[in-house]
Each structure stands twice: as C-alpha cells, then as structure tokens.
Design a protein around this ligand. Sequence first.
Ligand code: SAM
Ligand code: SF4
Ligand code: SF4
Length: 354
Amino acid sequence: MQSDEQAPAEVSPGGALADQLGRPLRSLRLSVTDRCNLRCNYCMPEEDYVWLPRQELLTFEEIARLAEVFTSLGVTDVRLTGGEPLLRRDLPSLVRILAANSRIQDLALTTNGVLFSEQAEALRGAGLHRVTLSLDTLRPERFLALTGRESHAKVLEGIAAAGRAGFTKSKIDTVVIRGANDDELADLIEYGRSVQAEVRFIEYMDVGGATNWSLDKVFTRAEMLERLAKRYGSVTPFEQRTSAPAERFALPDGTVFGIIASTTTPFCKSCDRSRLTADGLWYLCLYAQSGVDMRKMLRAGVPTEELAERISSVWRGRADRGAELRAATGHRGVFIGIDQLRQDPHLEMHTRGG
Ligand code: SAM
Ligand code: SF4
Ligand code: SF4
C-alpha cells in the first residue's frame, strides 16, 4: 500500500466514523457460540478443542446492548455466525431483539445448514433478512471427508427450506480446496441456480484453525475463472467491487456467482468489518491476535456513552490489514499452530465467526 493512502482519517467520505485507512465502521459479525456440529477440516480439524466457558458467553440482552452502541456509531450490517449459530438455544429470540433495532439495514445469518430446516420459519418470522448457507460439495462421501459428519442430506434440506420459508437473496458459500472439490464449481453453480441462491467461491485461507493449510491447496480466483470459462465459454465481471468481499461475475446465460479471493487478492483496503466473539471480545481483523474485552466493560457497569467512546477511539486507531500482510509473506505456511490454538480458543476461526 502507498504511504499516502495511510494518512490518519477520522471521518470517511460519508461522514461516518473511520479508521486509519479511512474505512468506516459498518459491518459487525456477531458470533453467538464457538461450538459446532461439523468438523470441517479447513476450520476445525480436531475432534476436541478448548471451548469458551458457557458462563462467559454474552447473554442476548448483552449482545443487543452492544449492537445498540455499535449501530449508534455507524454499523448497519449485522451477521450472526459462530461456530454454528443454530446451536445457540433460542436464536430466534435474539433475531427478534435485533430486528427491532431500526438502524440495522441488513440482518443476516451464516450457517452450515444442518439445523436450518428446523429453524428457518421461526427465524424468518423473527425478522431475519437473509441467510448464507455453507456447502462445499454435492457429494455425500466428500462431505463426510471434509466435515467428518454424515449430515449432507440435512444441509440440502436446510437449503431447500430457505426458499420455502420465504428467504430471498440467499447465498451458498463454498471453500474451494485443490484436490478436494475444485472439480465441482460448475455443478455447484447449477445447483445454486436450481435453488435460487447465488454461489460464492472462497479461496482457502490460512486463518487460525486452518492447521492443514498449505499454499498448494489454494485453488485461486484465476484458476476458478479459467475453469469456468472453459466450461461456459465466457465469464464477465458483473459489477464493480464494493466493500462486500465478493467480486461478482456473470455467465453467458446471466447466472451470477461470486469469488472471495481473500488469499490471493485481499480486500483489506475496503474492509469495514469487525467481529465480536460469543464471549464479548471485539476483534478488528480476522487475523488479529488480540481483541477488546467488551464483556468486562458491560459487566462492570460502564455507561453506554463510555462504551461508545471506547469503540470509537479503538476504531479510529485501526490499521489492520491482516490478509494483505499475509499475502506479502514469503514461504507462507500455517498461520497459527495447533499447540498455540489449544491454549487460546480466541485464536480459532470458529470462535471469531469466519
Ligand atoms: N458454521 C457456520 C458455517 O460454516 O457457515 C458459520 C461459521 S464459519 C467459521 C463461517 C465461514 O467461514 C464458512 O462459510 C466457512 O466455510 C468459512 N471458513 C472457515 N474456515 C475457512 C478457511 N480456512 N478458509 C476460508 N473460509 C473458511
Ligand atoms: Fe465448518 Fe462452520 Fe463449523 Fe467451521 S464453524 S467447522 S466452517 S461448520
Ligand atoms: Fe478485513 Fe482483516 Fe480480512 Fe483484511 S484480513 S479483509 S482487514 S478482516
């Protein structure tokens, strides 16, 4: 990045609170649990982990209070995630509380889909706007190899349930790993079309939790485009990239899909997102090694104005661009080893919500 792009900025062009690189505080990923009912080998490859103690998880009231403060400072997009968010008991109640916050323009959920068919209607009724479902393969035997669980049919049921419950603009997120599922791109696009969901291919990232990661397993954006162009004839950029991480492309018949090229083409320059773990640590970057303890402040009775001041001052100081720095690393390997992960669950991808 050029040095003139790093001049301190406190207010973005839109007048919102902005960080050191002029990026607004707009999008918040709220992790509601670190537990999961799958063991995707790119995220949580071990059977056992050190879990966050349950009594330390934020209550729904605490999450809602923080959401009030964050939205008063410019956050408009809130995404519930995990771990697997549907494992958090009574999630529709949290959705109902958040849906009543009129500053939230986009209230979304990312789920592995296993439990979605059972909860889709309640979540829709509670006011959830959109859902993103993760699906890496259409083949049950590959699903088992990738996730360690036999829940493939349940995930497909979950995806079907989204449309039935009235969700539109659903997305399907696929992590593409060389030799594991890189031959399924077109099949997944066709499947997405059949269920009216836009598919987004994500490059395999070397985030905490990805302890099996190696550069040669990254199937790159360029390779994805080449493979799809061979199959479909032409692939054209669909619209300019915004602060959303996905670049969108169109096939000759108008079908649109996305690529999130976090590993080879990081989008840190426009990153407006931060993350709150289920126990209330606020992280400014997926690669950050420490976060701000919001739960401690909440439970110490810190008044709302002080919480807002703290969040503002931390955001103003933000200069994180973890994926860009990782991309600049020579001889890139696993970011955080299993021993270090075992000592601190906050370093895991599943704790900070992907
Ligand atoms: N359990 C939910 C799910 O899988 O959708 C929500 C949490 S999960 C951590 C959020 C997203 O992170 C998923 O779409 C998952 O595929 C993605 N993810 C996890 N590990 C990844 C990695 N190493 N590289 C790229 N994406 C990853
Ligand atoms: Fe897979 Fe999501 Fe669970 Fe990670 S949190 S193991 S990506 S289902
Ligand atoms: Fe944002 Fe950090 Fe991801 Fe870059 S690496 S896009 S700064 S979360």
